[in-house]
Design a protein around this ligand. Structure first.
Ligand code: SAH
Length: 392
């Protein structure tokens, strides 16, 4: 049987509720990488069962505390509970999309499962997740109220390197759908699970896009870092006068234009390929004005070391965005850097507004949607921040 002994420090840390143990707090290992191991403290008392990673800084990710050893029926219960959360949130429309299992946040460490219509896309972040992939997918399929036609494993995230794992991509079952289109509350959009970012799409911004669109009616909208243009298309559908999407990726903008056409709003939308950092400054210098500006950049601080540089980045970018706002306009500004905490992001926004010479009011401070839950004992699951800021 696999056993991992942890230090007294680890026991105290675990007692605070956090479900991970770091490598330095492991005392002795009699387990193979990827095992579901019994974890015991220095007195020999059983603390629970955890997935063990030999290569990662995060050595143990707890699945349960206490005596019971998780078996197939146990994981079935966890997976059904995760899916039930999505069902209650109204995210199980057969033609829609959502994150069905958000890994550690859904108490299934390392295992992400997204759904686009009848296609499932997995992303495994640990060896244990790799090993359990097929069993977890089978349980999820059995729990879903509709048929799944394709299962695609897109375990290509950079964080796998921290676990000593290679990237791994394969069609696990069925055939990849051609021209996959998702329908979501009056919006249709294409998803390219193979070439798209993440598992194909930024599912976490869904509710924020819908909310942002409420400020679009009758105004000119700038959607910076637009990816496939869904903040913009939502805004156009809600009655924006014009929408400009800016992104550095040609493929993303092609998908954005196709999404605009698919939703019948192409005539009010424009797409420009540019580096937003420079482009927003140039637009500000030209005196352009928008009633709604959305800035949704990639994570500026991927590690704690990058936090200072990220601060400069967020302040500068948002300063330019504030300058571009017409009187009474709304800035929707997102940060997906876990390492930039909510309070810090607010202070970056405050400096940006002040530097731009604008009075600004934080009207809403949002996170990700219900399918990206935040596990309170694991602050690492709270990463997305989306501020709505009105200006004078
Ligand atoms: N708003 C999108 C998600 C944006 S993801 C949505 O709701 O779906 C971040 C995007 O920023 C990506 O499309 C990436 O191509 C783009 N990007 C990254 N750095 C950039 C830069 N310096 N200038 C312009 N676009 C950039």
């Amino acid at each position: 049987m696999s056993i991992v002994h942890v230090t007294g420090k680890a026991r105290r840390w675990l007692a605070s509720g956090h479900p991970w143990v770091y490598r330095d707090d492991v005392a002795e290992v009699a387990a193979e990488p990827g095992d579901l191991a019994r974890v015991v403290d220095p007195t020999g008392a059983l603390l629970g069962h955890a997935f063990f990673s030999a290569r990662s800084r995060i050595a143990l990710r707890f699945v349960t505390r206490g005596e019971a050893r998780p078996d197939r029926a146990f994981f079935d219960g966890r997976i059904r509970a995760a899916i039930a959360v999505r069902e209650r949130a109204g995210l199980l429309d057969p033609r829609g999309a959502c994150r069905l299992i958000a890994g550690d946040a859904d108490l299934l460490p390392g295992f992400v499962l997204d759904r686009y219509g009848s296609t499932l896309v997995t992303q495994c972040g640990t060896l244990a997740a790799d090993r359990n992939r097929d069993a977890f997918v089978e349980l999820a399929r059995a729990a879903l109220p509709f048929e799944i036609e394709c299962v695609y494993d897109k375990s290509d995230s950079a964080s796998r390197r921290l676990e000593g794992l290679e990237q791994h991509v394969e069609v696990v079952d069925g055939a990849l759908p051609q021209g996959l289109v998702v329908h979501e509350d009056g919006l249709d959009y294409a998803v390219d699970v193979v070439h798209g970012h993440k598992t194909g799409h930024y599912l976490d911004q869904r509710d924020n896009r819908t909310r942002a669109a409420e400020f679009a009616r009758g105004v000119d909208v700038l959607d910076a870092f637009s990816y496939d243009g869904l903040f913009g298309v939502r805004a156009a559908l809600a009655g924006a006068k014009s929408v400009l999407c800016v992104d550095q990726s040609k493929e993303a903008l092609e998908r954005a234009a196709a999404n605009a056409e698919r939703n019948g709003v192409l005539d009010r939308m424009k797409f420009e390929r540019a580096n937003c950092m420079h482009d927003l400054r140039a637009r500000a210098e030209r005196g352009e004005q928008y009633g709604l500006v959305i800035v949704d950049p990639p994570a500026f601080a991927k590690s704690r070391r990058e936090v200072q540089g990220a601060e400069r980045g967020y302040v500068e970018l948002n300063r330019r965005a504030f300058t571009l706002l017409a009187p009474g306009g709304m800035l929707v500004s997102a940060s997906c850097s876990f390492n930039v905490r909510a309070a810090d992001f607010q202070s970056h926004l405050s400096r940006a507004a002040h530097k731009a010479g604008r009075s600004a009011w934080l009207t809403e401070f949002r996170g990700a949607g219900a399918d990206h839950p935040v596990l309170l004992t694991l602050p690492e699951t709270s990463y997305l921040k989306c501020a709505f800021v009105r200006v004078d």
